[in-house]
Design a protein around this ligand. Structure first.
Ligand code: GLC
Ligand code: CA
Length: 547
């Protein structure tokens, strides 16, 4: 099997916030093409584009109204073709976001299903009748409120796991599935390298449609137990793989939150549907299992290490993973992982970079991470764009928290934290646009921006660049097995990558203090300090040693 995707270094682009070229304050495809030189200089080899399909943008493109067309705010199909070609000249591949758990409520299938209950498209979605005059079940949607939306003044409801403008497709319908496969193949034939597959573990629902135990003041029950990771989902995965992905040498990355490790085999590995997956078990460490942001969990670097290492060990038994610290749904990693703001600096940012980047898997960098962008703390709930943030705020209020507390939870976790425009330089609007952007800019762009890190040594950007170059030069960093380095202090995350060619160890100090460790000798390949003193790690030091 040609597993070319193991060698890639991926970079995630949130097109709305990457680069605007036509003066409307919204990032566009031409902006990505314009920045290919930058991406080439950084060294990344593959881009994941968040959705650019036609969409009313209720959930910023994760609500698609036409899978075969580009949303005009991003440009045209021709712009995309040009981007694919230009990227190819630089050996940069492109993967798209594949959103097939749901569509927009403006998709023609759904519009037809709503206006004509006898249309074949009615069964492309999940419609159920009221039960005892109420919604069919008491399940809570991911963004808050019931998963059921009433159809006009009828007794019928339709199902949505996310917003009410994102009706779920009915995967039990074989004709619907065929229509999706046709679309997937159409895109793969167009020359894209594959897909990041959105919320894919939601496609199977518990067909009994029974109430769950009430778990909130809203009288509802989190929908996850009934609409995520359901038994039988593997049948859909097998068919989709056979009909689409397996016919192309493509790369697929599953977004699959809440997967239990014994179930990994249906996602990845020889029998699994996807080339790799994102494992959120080590990413959602600060919130409870049902992903409600007000249910904060206390944690220590040692707890985090345990989650990270368990993930590496379990995945290594079966297949491949996509390693990440940030994405468009997560806060900035520096704020999430280094709790004290006084500790946010070059050392802590590069320590985190070194820690995640050399794990076994294909690394994914989220735009702005490579220059150390930070969270945006907002003063009022009205300043948020993300529907998830608004839903979570309401949930916290319902549960009895004050407005200040609710705002605090949202600021810590808001998906808008990573959706602010990219900082290219220190001019007005940070070189992202020459007009006011669609979402408020961070005010620290004069200090944190690409222009002042491009030639500055040391800088977070230069560190990322070095890591990427090293990975291309050292096969151990791609192929090597993961092994924990034992007998380390609680605040140190240390592991090795081991292959027949040798051993490379990564030592990461998660604390603001110098720490004594046992001697790890060898050649220093990468270090965020000028020196490495045997038996010691400086505050937030990252060092990589070849033994
Ligand atoms: C995924 C996306 C997220 C979106 C959701 C619904 O989790 O990453 O941004 O809101 O799916 O499509
Ligand atoms: Ca634009």
């Amino acid at each position: 099997m040609n597993e070319w995707w193991k060698n890639e270094v991926a970079y995630q682009i949130y097109p709305r916030s990457f680069k605007d070229t036509n003066h409307d304050g919204i990032g566009d495809i031409k902006g990505i093409t314009e920045k290919l030189d930058y991406l080439e200089n950084l060294g990344v080899t593959l881009l994941w584009l968040c959705p650019i399909y036609k969409s009313p943008m209720d959930d910023n493109g994760y609500d698609i109204s036409d899978y075969y067309d580009i949303n005009p705010e991003f440009g045209t199909m021709q712009d995309l073709e040009e981007l694919i070609q230009e990227a190819k000249k630089k050996n940069i591949k492109i993967i798209m976001d594949l959103v097939i758990n749901h569509t927009s409520d403006e998709h023609p299938w759904f519009k037809e299903a709503m206006t004509n209950p006898h249309s074949p498209y009615r069964d492309y979605y999940i419609f159920k009748s009221a039960k005892n005059g109420k919604a069919p079940t008491n399940w809570r949607s991911v963004f808050g409120g019931s998963v059921w939306e009433k159809v006009g003044d009828t007794e019928d409801y339709y199902f949505h796991a996310f917003s009410k403008r994102q009706p779920d497709l009915n995967w039990e319908n074989p004709q619907m599935r065929q229509d999706l496969y046709k679309m997937i193949n159409w895109w793969l034939e167009k020359g894209i390298a594959g897909f990041r597959v959105d919320a894919i573990n939601f496609i199977k629902k518990d067909q009994r449609y029974q109430d769950g135990a009430v778990d909130g003041a809203d009288g509802l029950s989190a929908c996850f137990a009934f609409s995520r990771n359901q038994p039988g989902i593997e049948k859909f995965f097998e068919e989709m793989k056979r009909e689409t992905f397996a016919k192309h040498h493509c790369m697929t990355v599953a977004e699959a939150v809440g997967v239990n490790y014994p179930d990994l085999g249906i996602f990845i590995g020889d029998q699994g549907c996807f080339s790799m997956m994102f494992d959120f078990n080590y990413s959602n460490f600060d919130i409870g299992e049902d992903e409600e942001w007000f249910k904060r969990k206390t944690w220590s670097p040692k707890d985090y290490r345990e989650l990270l290492f368990t993930s590496q060990r379990e995945i290594q038994k079966i297949g491949w993973v996509a390693s990440f610290l940030e994405n468009h749904d997560q806060p900035r990693s520096i704020d999430k992982l280094i709790v004290n703001k006084e500790d946010h600096n070059y050392y802590s940012k590069t320590m985190l970079a070194g820690m995640f980047f050399h794990l076994r898997g294909t690394p994914f960098i989220y735009q702005g991470q490579e220059i150390g962008m930070v969270n945006f703390t907002r003063q009022s709930i009205d300043e948020f764009n993300d529907i998830g943030s608004i839903g979570q705020y309401q949930r916290a209020i319902e549960e009895g928290y004050s407005k200040e507390e609710a705002l605090h939870f949202v600021n810590l976790r808001s998906r808008d934290n990573t959706r602010t425009p990219m900082h290219w330089d220190d001019s007005e609007y940070a070189g992202f646009s020459d007009t006011e952007p669609w979402i408020k800019m961070m005010d620290n762009y004069k200090e944190i921006n690409v222009a002042n890190q491009l030639s500055k040594e040391p800088s977070v950007f230069q560190f990322y660049k070095k890591m990427i170059a090293l990975r291309k030069a050292e096969p151990i960093l791609v192929e090597g097995d993961f092994e924990e380095l034992s007998e380390m202090p609680d605040d140190v995350i240390a592991y090795s990558r081991v292959s027949a060619e040798g051993t490379i160890s990564c030592l990461c100090n998660f604390s603001r203090n110098s720490i004594k460790i046992r001697n790890i000798e060898g050649i220093v390949l990468l270090n965020n300090y000028p020196e490495y003193q045997l038996g010691e790690l400086k505050p937030f030091q990252f060092v990589m040693i070849k033994q």
